[in-house]
Design a protein around this ligand. Structure first.
Ligand code: FES
Ligand code: FES
Length: 158
């Protein structure tokens, strides 16, 4: 077992983990961050996307021990003072989800994009989200939601 210390959504956690434990399992099973969903477990669907020290990662492709000493932000950490993150609001307003399974990963990837590129084109949004699969929406409203959040110029928050 390895002792790790990780800051998740602003709170410090210390735990003993097996070296083979995936970050997504640590987040979900130990810390209750079930918004990081597991759609494939093979790095293909993007539903488990979280922010690891400022970089967007698929948490089923990262070991919990690799996050030792790092800061992780999940979808649970985006709302502040009871207010949705602009991307969460935009997804709601633009009807950018149906079952919602892919939504946390989509939003985390979109957040990563808007931090790097606050004014993306529709094509750039599609490029940035190509590692995130959605079986329901057909993507059109997801792209619209990201552009809408970007035009609000607030999405880089948090
Ligand atoms: S569960 Fe991680 S990419 Fe699909
Ligand atoms: S809303 Fe169902 S998978 Fe995207």
């Amino acid at each position: 077992m390895n002792r790790i210390r990780v800051r998740v959504d602003g709170t410090e956690y210390e735990d003993e983990v097996e070296p083979r434990l995936l970050l997504v399992s640590f987040l979900r099973d130990r810390l209750g961050r079930t918004g990081a969903t597991i759609g494939c477990d093979t790095g293909d669907c993007g539903s488990c996307t979280v922010d690891l020290d400022g970089a967007s990662v698929k948490s089923c492709s990262v070991l919990a021990v690799q996050a030792d000493g790092c800061a992780v932000t999940t979808i649970h950490g985006l709302a502040q003072d009871g207010e949705w993150h602009p991307l969460q609001r935009a997804f709601h307003e633009q009807h950018a989800l149906q079952c919602g399974f892919c939504t946390p990963g989509m939003i985390m990837s979109a957040r990563d994009l808007l931090r790097r590129n606050p004014d993306p084109s529709p094509q750039e949004v599609r490029e940035a989200l190509k590692g995130n699969l959605c079986r329901c929406t057909g993507y059109q409203n997801i792209v619209r939601a990201v552009l809408s959040a970007a035009s609000g110029r607030e999405a880089g928050r948090a």
